[in-house]
Design a protein around this ligand. Structure first.
Ligand code: SAH
Ligand code: SF4
Length: 484
């Protein structure tokens, strides 16, 4: 029995997909990169913007033909779009066999057991097609793997259920995307209430994973050769468990800065990244740790969303433009040369020309290394979607293009300044090239870099390389060992 996984959306979804894949593997299912050879397709979805949800649904639409082709094929629809749409899904997409909403993903294993939909097939052997669906215990011939009532509410006071965490000992899932970097979820949900954002409603309130569970997973991943970890949470630096939360030395891990220090102290760890921090929780202690811990790279992705105080206030972001700039100053005082990337939304309801100019100015003055810019997209059920989406699409497009031109030109200038310098890259992929190899990796500042090398290198290894040239978002160079 083989399964194929298609993941839409953020790194948290990638981490969730890998975890679900491990659970399927533990039941004897094997991952395949080829959908045509799969018996089960697991689609993990995103709903943060209309476009993301649309992509997931058109993929699901195309799966109807895939399913028809071979009797017994199954489709599991999981994640944020599944959570948002679950009541409509069965009607609109009868090809779906099981829906696992984002709030129920942590119960994936138990739900599979209870529903008997994916019985263990044992030792990875192929035991023929699954039994046909439609038994007496199934509503309308479908299984709905969603039990909102039984999933603990994630409010930061309740405990992380160990139904989810790290499936210790299961090892890598065998899926693409599990390369040099170990994606490690440290919290779920979000307690902020940004007025444009659907995340709190589909992922629920914050729940923090116990430090020991995080540290054990990180240590195991490092031992398996993944020497970079990416700590994941919707607002990763709001990690603040209540009650006892001991680290490996028995001392309590109170907040994100402590966790960063504890993960950095694991033997053999090379880099500790985190995504996405929220500006509200950037403080002196965090900045000090960033400056002091050599394992934490000099790069931060810190979403700002807008440069206008009026818009930030209507977005309910909990900071002003000045607050954001002060946080950047604090970080840069502790980490000279810190690379900063951010997210902007353009065309938020009521965004005037002056508001947009303020975002442009921030893009210029904050000395950014790069920005992801999104056109505002109203999400059903959010506060801002109650009012009109009153910036025309043409104007959103124009603002997106102008802000992108501004941030891209800064980014290019910063990239050009790397030429001639030596960088340490963490190898993510290796390909033969002429007499030698092309190594693909990332610098400490999180820039993609391609390196020509006479020698090969292991995925996950680090090496020194000189930057020979740069274009928009990529650096090109030569391994230092190759130079005389
Ligand atoms: N938790 C992170 C962001 C998660 S969503 C934070 O608070 O920073 C990732 C990005 O999608 C956001 O930073 C925002 O720029 C964008 N986004 C979220 N909702 C959006 C919407 N309704 N329309 C357009 N962009 C949106
Ligand atoms: Fe959404 Fe705001 Fe929470 Fe980020 S902090 S996930 S943008 S509500």
């Amino acid at each position: 029995m083989r399964f194929y996984v298609e993941t839409f959306g953020c790194q948290m979804n990638v981490a969730d997909s890998l975890e679900m894949a491990r659970r399927l593997r533990a039941r004897g299912y094997r991952a395949t990169p080829d959908m045509d050879r799969a018996d089960v397709v697991l689609v993990n979805t995103c709903t943060v913007r209309d476009h993301a949800e649309h992509k997931a649904l058109s993929f699901l639409g195309r799966l109807a033909d895939w399913k028809e082709l071979v009797p017994g094929r199954r489709i599991v629809f999981a994640g944020c779009a599944a959570e948002r749409l679950k009541d409509q899904l069965q009607r609109r997409f009868p090809q779906v066999d099981a829906v696992v909403g984002a709030k129920s993903i942590s119960d994936f294993d138990r739900l599979l057991d209870e529903q008997g939909l994916f019985p263990g097939v044992g030792g990875g052997s192929c035991s023929g097609p699954p039994p046909p669906l439609g038994g007496p215990s199934q509503k309308g011939g479908k299984k709905i793997l969603d039990e909102r009532g039984t999933v603990p509410l994630f409010d930061g006071k309740k405990e992380w259920t160990d139904a989810w965490g790290w499936s210790a000992g299961l090892g890598p899932s065998g899926l693409p995307g599990e390369g040099a970097t170990a994606y490690i979820t440290i919290m779920r949900g979000c307690n902020f209430g940004c007025t444009y954002c659907v995340v709190p409603s589909v992922r629920g309130r914050e729940l923090y994973r116990p430090a020991l569970s995080i540290l054990d997973e990180a240590a195991e991943r490092v031992a398996n050769g993944q020497r970079e970890v990416l700590l994941l949470g919707q607002t990763v630096n709001s990690y603040r468990p209540v009650g006892s939360n001991p680290g490996r030395d028995g001392k309590d891990i109170r907040h994100f800065s402590d966790l960063l220090e504890a993960v950095s102290a694991l033997p053999g760890i090379e880099r500790v990244r985190y995504m996405s921090p929220h500006p509200h929780y950037i403080d002196e202690l965090f900045a000090e740790r960033l400056g002091r811990l050599p394992q934490v790279p000099p790069h931060i992705h810190l979403p700002v969303q807008s440069g206008s105080d009026a818009v930030l206030s209507r977005m309910r972001r909990n900071y002003t433009r000045d607050d954001f700039c002060r946080k950047l100053d604090l970080l840069r005082r502790h980490v000279p040369g810190l690379a900063v990337t951010t997210d902007f939304i353009v065309g938020f309801p009521g965004e005037t020309d002056d508001d947009f100019e303020a975002s442009l100015r921030l893009g210029r003055e904050a000395d950014l290394d790069g920005a992801y810019i999104f056109k505002y997209s109203p999400r059903p059920g959010t506060a801002s979607a109650q009012g009109p989406d009153d910036v025309s699409d043409a104007l959103k497009e124009e603002r997106l293009a102008r802000l992108m031109a501004e941030t891209d030109s800064r980014s290019r200038a910063k990239m050009a300044a790397w030429v001639g310098q030596t960088q340490t890259i963490l190898v993510e992929a290796v390909r033969p090239e002429g007499d030698g190899f092309e190594l693909e990796g990332r610098t400490a500042h999180c820039r993609k870099m391609y390196v020509s090398s006479r020698r090969s290198a292991a995925v996950g290894a680090t090496l020194e390389a000189r930057v020979d040239r740069a274009d928009g978002k990529t650096l090109y160079g030569t391994a230092l060992d190759d130079r005389v």
